[in-house]
Design a binder for this molecule. Structure first.
Ligand code: NI
Length: 430
């Protein structure tokens, strides 16, 4: 399959300014950028941009728990620990594989319609997530959430890696849940297994304020020393979700390690967790991706919304309108997220790179006044995911003009609703 995008505006986070031209997609890659002429395959779809449609790289959700769409709305407005212990964990105890499968299918619909072509997912029954992603064509980096000291679970994570890593659009990491749910000994074992496999590690870290004191009291270590002790600074790639309470004084030491911070501004705001020292991470060169976290704590899976909120809250908190440039946020939502999810040649519009592309309609009132130099600001501050006309991953349309090619929207909606009723019913019966 080949697609010719004719007369489009295009832009990625490393381009100084937006450009205008044609983009040829062949198979799963961007084959050429230019004006042509090119020798075109007979079987080609031509999409006319008329100089009023923008192509950006697919957005990457750097941290989520996709099937939590089934738990959306539960325990609204509770603090993190009570929210987990009273509302989330008791319901999650009743999750069965078909819940995960249909929950993930629903989450994928939500994500692709808001421009996300790749997501990093930590949950249970991850074969179901891999299946849902493979069937729909979206990319994902999965890890089984590991809690406690049970070696069986660690083995499951390792087997998941062997089964799925590198298969089509799937990558796998190991996923110890958090410092307060996994012992330091178990964490070291997991990191050791990751080193043997050559896999990355995905970990929740310092989401809530009490976690730093917990780490100091329990292990006698500062957050950075704890990461060092666990081996998390030297893996093939460590994703630390949240880092809201990462001590500013230790941030410079994170630069140059294997760590990417997954920043989840809406979830952090909604759970009242606080705000991460994002400016320090960016200024010291610590890579940062952007995530939604699960739909139970957001409650959207819309990275575009995260870009705008991220731009605004850090300016407001620091009382500095120059804090966090729109271009940096766009990089977090594309290239940085793609690298943290273990994908190569993903996140920029370049010849030979993966054809994960999002079509954005610039022919709308709130884009009047855009030019090649200011477009990135228009996108982050004025744009929204409702401007999206189409989403493609690896050269395949996942969303187009309000439809989901290859998916039965009614079936997915019905199954999500049925699974939610079943799941909540199980929790009530216990
Ligand atoms: Ni999370």
């Amino acid at each position: 399959m080949a697609v010719l995008f004719r007369d489009f505006i295009y832009m990625d986070a490393e381009m100084e300014r937006a450009s205008r031209g044609d983009i040829l997609v062949e198979g799963d890659r961007i084959a050429a950028i230019g004006p042509g002429p090119w020798e075109l395959a007979e079987e080609i779809e031509t999409v006319q941009g008329k100089g009023r449609t923008l192509l950006i790289p697919g957005l990457v959700n750097g941290h989520t728990h996709a099937a939590m769409v089934l738990l959306r709305g539960l325990g609204e407005e509770l603090p993190l620990k009570r929210w987990l212990e009273e509302r989330i964990w008791p319901v999650e105890a009743g999750l069965v594989p078909e819940h995960i499968y249909w929950g993930t299918r629903g989450a994928i619909m939500e994500m692709v319609s808001t421009g996300t072509t790749c997501f990093s997912d930590m949950y249970f029954e991850m074969d179901e997530v891999a299946k849902a992603a493979t069937e729909t064509g979206v990319r994902c980096c999965i890890c089984r959430g590991l809690t406690g000291d049970d070696p069986v679970k660690v083995r499951e994570g390792v087997e998941l890696f062997r089964r799925w890593n590198g298969k089509g659009n799937i990558r796998v990491q190991l996923g110890p849940h958090a410092p307060y749910t996994v012992s330091l000994g178990a964490l070291k074992e997991i990191v050791g297994s990751a080193a043997d496999l050559g896999s990355g590690v995905h970990f929740h870290f310092l989401e809530a304020e009490w976690e730093e004191a917990f780490i100091r009291d329990r292990f006698g270590l500062s957050p950075l020393a704890y990461l060092e002790e666990a081996g998390l600074l030297e893996t093939r790639g460590t994703v630390l979700a949240h880092c809201v309470w990462f001590p500013e004084g230790e941030v410079p030491e994170l630069a140059g390690t294997s760590v990417t911070v997954a920043h989840n501004p809406t979830s952090n705001m909604k759970l009242g967790s606080g705000h991460a020292p994002l400016q320090s991470f960016l200024e010291t060169g610590v890579p940062v991706s952007l995530g939604t976290d699960g739909a139970a704590s957001n409650n959207r899976l819309d990275i575009w919304g995260e870009m705008r909120l991220c731009a605004l809250i850090h300016k407001g908190i620091s009382k500095d309108p120059t804090a966090i440039a729109a271009r940096d946020i766009f990089r977090m939502a594309t290239l940085s997220g793609a690298s943290a999810a273990c994908f190569e040649k993903l996140g920029l519009i370049r010849e030979g790179w993966q054809a994960d592309l999002v079509m954005v309609d610039l022919d709308r009132p709130h884009y009047i006044g855009w030019d090649p130099d200011n477009l990135i600001g228009f996108l982050v501050y004025a744009g929204s995911s409702s401007d999206i006309l189409g989403t493609m991953a690896a050269g395949r349309w996942l969303f187009r003009d309000g439809e989901f090619p290859g998916q039965d929207r009614g079936e997915v909606m019905g199954e999500i609703s049925r699974c939610r009723d079943d799941l909540l019913g199980r929790a009530l019966r216990r």
